[in-house]
Write a protein that binds this ligand. Structure first.
Ligand code: BYC
Length: 318
C-alpha cells in the first residue's frame, strides 16, 4: 500500500473515531491502535484471571453457606470476564496461546492489586468494596470505548461488577456492625487495601505514558487521576456510613472544588509491584503456570476429540 493510501485510510479512521463510530475487528485500523488494544485488553483479561486467586483462597473458609455461594459466584464471574476479554483480544489477530505465554513469561502485565495477600475474611469485603469499586469506575467509561468487542464485553462485566461491589460492601458493613474484634478486622482490611486500590487506577497523569494517545483514540475516556478522584469522592462517604476510617490523616473535603483532597501515594511501592517484586507476584504467576500445565491433558483430549469428530464428518461427506 502506498504512503498516500495509508494516509487516506488514517484520515478516514480518525474521522470515524471523531464521529464516535465503533471500530470492528475487520475494519482497517492503524497498527499502533491494534497493538495498544491488544496490550490493554489482554492485561485486563489477565487481571480478571489472576484476580480469582486471592479470593479463591477463601472459598473453603467463608463463614456461612450464603457467603460461600456469593463468593463462588463472584469468582466464577471473574473467570467469565477473563474469557470474554480474551475472545475480544483474539479478534485483533493474536492467539489465546500467545496471550497465555505473555502472561506466564512476565511479558504482559496484570493489575498490581492482585499481588497483595488476603489475610482475613474481611479482605473479601475489602476486595469487593474497594477493588471492584475501583474497577467499576474504570470500566463504566470503557463501555463507550471505540473498539466494538471491548465496549460490548464491558457492558455485562460492569453489571456483574456492581453485584461484586455490593457483596463486598455488605461484608464490610456486617463486620463493622459486629463485635469490636470484627470491626477491627474490617478496619485492618481497609487500612491494607486502601492505598493499593487507589494505585490500581494507574500512575498519575504526568507519569502515564499511554493516556494521551489512548484518549485520542477514545480507548480511554477518562484519565487515571480523574478516575482516582472519582473513586475517592464516592468511597469516603461509604466508609463514613459504616463507621470505618480511611487510613489517610491528610484526607479532607474541599468545599470549593467539591472533591476530597488526599495524600501522596507511594509510587515506589507501585512500580516495585508492577515490576514483579510485590508480596505475591511469584505465588500468583506460579499458580497460573501450574494450572496451565495441569490442564494439558484436558487440552490434548479436547483436540483429539475435535479431530475425531472432523474425520467422522469427512467420512460421512464421502
Ligand atoms: N497494574 O500509561 P499507563 C478486576 C502499567 S480486574 C499493573 O497509565 P494505561 C477484578 C501500564 O500497563 C480489572 N500495571 O497505562 C478482577 C503501563 O505499562 P505497559 C483490571 C499497571 O494502559 C478480579 C504502565 O503502567 N482492570 O476488576 O494507559 C477480582 C504505564 O501506565 C497498572 C483493567 O485492566 C496497574 N494497576 O492505563 C476483583 C482495566 N496501571 O503496558 C476485581 C483496563 C498501569 O506499557 N485497563 N500499569 O508495559 C486500563 O484501564 C488501563 O490499562 C490502566 C492503565 C488504567 C490500568
Amino acid at each position: 500500500m502506498s504512503e498516500l493510501e495509508i494516509k487516506s485510510l488514517e484520515e478516514q479512521f480518525d474521522a470515524r473515531i471523531a464521529r464516535d463510530e465503533k471500530i470492528e475487528p475487520k475494519d482497517w485500523m492503524p497498527e499502533k491502535y491494534r497493538q495498544t488494544h491488544i496490550r490493554q485488553i489482554s492485561q485486563h483479561a489477565h487481571s480478571e484471571i489472576v484476580g480469582m486467586l486471592p479470593e479463591g483462597n477463601w472459598i473453603t473458609r467463608a463463614p456461612s453457606l450464603r457467603r460461600k455461594v456469593a463468593l463462588l459466584a463472584k469468582i466464577q464471574d471473574e473467570a467469565g470476564h477473563g474469557l470474554y476479554l480474551y475472545s475480544a483480544c483474539e479478534t485483533l489477530g493474536i492467539s489465546r496461546e500467545e496471550l497465555y505465554e505473555q502472561l506466564h513469561s512476565g511479558k504482559a502485565k496484570y493489575s498490581s492489586i492482585f499481588n497483595y495477600p488476603t489475610l482475613t475474611w474481611a479482605d473479601m469485603g475489602a476486595i469487593g468494596w474497594l477493588v471492584d469499586g475501583a474497577a467499576i469506575i474504570n470500566q463504566v467509561p470503557l463501555c463507550a470505548t471505540s473498539f466494538g468487542p471491548y465496549a460490548r464485553a464491558m457492558v455485562r462485566v460492569c453489571k456483574e461488577e456492581s453485584f461484586h461491589q455490593r457483596q463486598g460492601f455488605q461484608i464490610m458493613m456486617t463486620l463493622a456492625e459486629g463485635t469490636p474484634e470484627q470491626k477491627a478486622m474490617a478496619q485492618d482490611a481497609l487500612n491494607r487495601w486502601w492505598f493499593p486500590s487507589l494505585m490500581m487506577l494507574g500512575p498519575t497523569d504526568d507519569a502515564s505514558v499511554h493516556t494521551e494517545q489512548s484518549m485520542k483514540w477514545k480507548l480511554k475516556r477518562k484519565t487515571n487521576d480523574e478516575l482516582r478522584q472519582q473513586f475517592v469522592d464516592q468511597t469516603v462517604p461509604q466508609a463514613d456510613m459504616i463507621g470505618l476510617t480511611i487510613p489517610d490523616p491528610t484526607l479532607k473535603w474541599n468545599a470549593e472544588t467539591k472533591h476530597y483532597e488526599f495524600g501522596e501515594l507511594d509510587w515506589d511501592e507501585f512500580w516495585q509491584v508492577v515490576k514483579g517484586h510485590g508480596p505475591c507476584n511469584k505465588i500468583r504467576i506460579d499458580a497460573r503456570k501450574k494450572a496451565w500445565s495441569n490442564g494439558e491433558w484436558v487440552r490434548d483430549a479436547a483436540m483429539a476429540y475435535a479431530e475425531k469428530q472432523a474425520n467422522k464428518e469427512v467420512k460421512q461427506a464421502i
